[in-house]
Design a protein around this ligand. Sequence first.
Ligand SMILES: Nc1ncnc2c1ncn2[C@@H]1O[C@H](COP(=O)(O)OP(=O)(O)O)[C@@H](O)[C@H]1O
Ligand SMILES: C[C@@](O)(CCOP(=O)(O)O)CC(=O)O
Ligand SMILES: [Mg+2]
Length: 303
Amino acid sequence: MITCSAPGKVYLFGEHAVVYGEPAVCCAVDIRTRVSVAPADSVTISSSLGTTGIDFETHPYVSAVVERFREIISLEGVSIRIVSEIPVGSGLGSSAAVTIATIKALDTLLGTGLELDDIARMGHEVEQRIQGAASQTDTYVCTMGGVVMIPQRKGLDLIDCGIVIGNTNIFSSTKELVANVAELNESFPEVIGPVLSSIGMMSTVGEDLVNSKDYVSVGKLMNINQGLLDAIGVGCAELSSFTYAARNNGAYGAKITGAGGGGCMVAIAPREHVDDVAAAIAAAGGEAVVTEATDIGVREESR
Ligand SMILES: Nc1ncnc2c1ncn2[C@@H]1O[C@H](COP(=O)(O)OP(=O)(O)O)[C@@H](O)[C@H]1O
Ligand SMILES: C[C@@](O)(CCOP(=O)(O)O)CC(=O)O
Ligand SMILES: [Mg+2]
């Protein structure tokens, strides 16, 4: 049996706008999905969502990965078992992590010799197939780890402060949220276009601030980015309440991460304040997790 893992991620800046070609800055975090594979006569996929064969209702991403491998190598059966610390449908990139960890595990089992760039590319193709429109961000950062600027694929300095995630526990489908933004953009292109460009500008301005570890300024930009995400309709009352709770309790800045509409927000904070920030999010009704950035991307854990 071979086990591979891949990390979740938070966006410092740029989700949604990145789907329209704007830059984004995304950071892998130390919360992982583990996928174990073993030879078998037929395909079995088991996770917290259930046990299935190839099944595009329950396991669309993993099913698409298996089909993709069948295009390059003969693969009759395989047993795939998923254990994840990343909440599903929460903006932390659970879909990318399960996709990338499965690709790496199958690559290792079948000896297909994929390089990291190949894994990221295949993962992006799978996300595009299942999600409709999908940027390369989640699959790339979860393959490589660290802090990455997209579309340049440029590595930035690892975030050296505390990261607190606040989960609303409201399931949000990235596919739906991306489609909602597209609809708003079609209705009001003159209004939404400039908002998306302004979101992109966060990354352009933020890049040097991340590299110089100026987290006070990074936090201010995250707060502006949050306002613009609200403007494109991907916020909700709980996400707003948790971002204010974080900001009022020592965070440098706080915003939605990922698709929004539910799911998670992210705050960056001095390490000495992370517990206060987490307590404030919990008091506002969220599930708070204190984490750190990680430069460990997809990797084999055991065989
Ligand atoms: N642990 C898991 N096991 C199986 N499938 C998973 C797992 N985590 C995520 N997924 C897949 O990813 C989908 C959620 O992806 P998405 O809507 O993009 O949200 P997220 O923000 O978490 O990436 C789930 O509906 C499921 O198909
Ligand atoms: C909204 C979007 O920018 C990020 C979605 O992230 P997540 O699936 O919510 O973790 C979509 C994308 O980049 O493909
Ligand atoms: Mg996703």
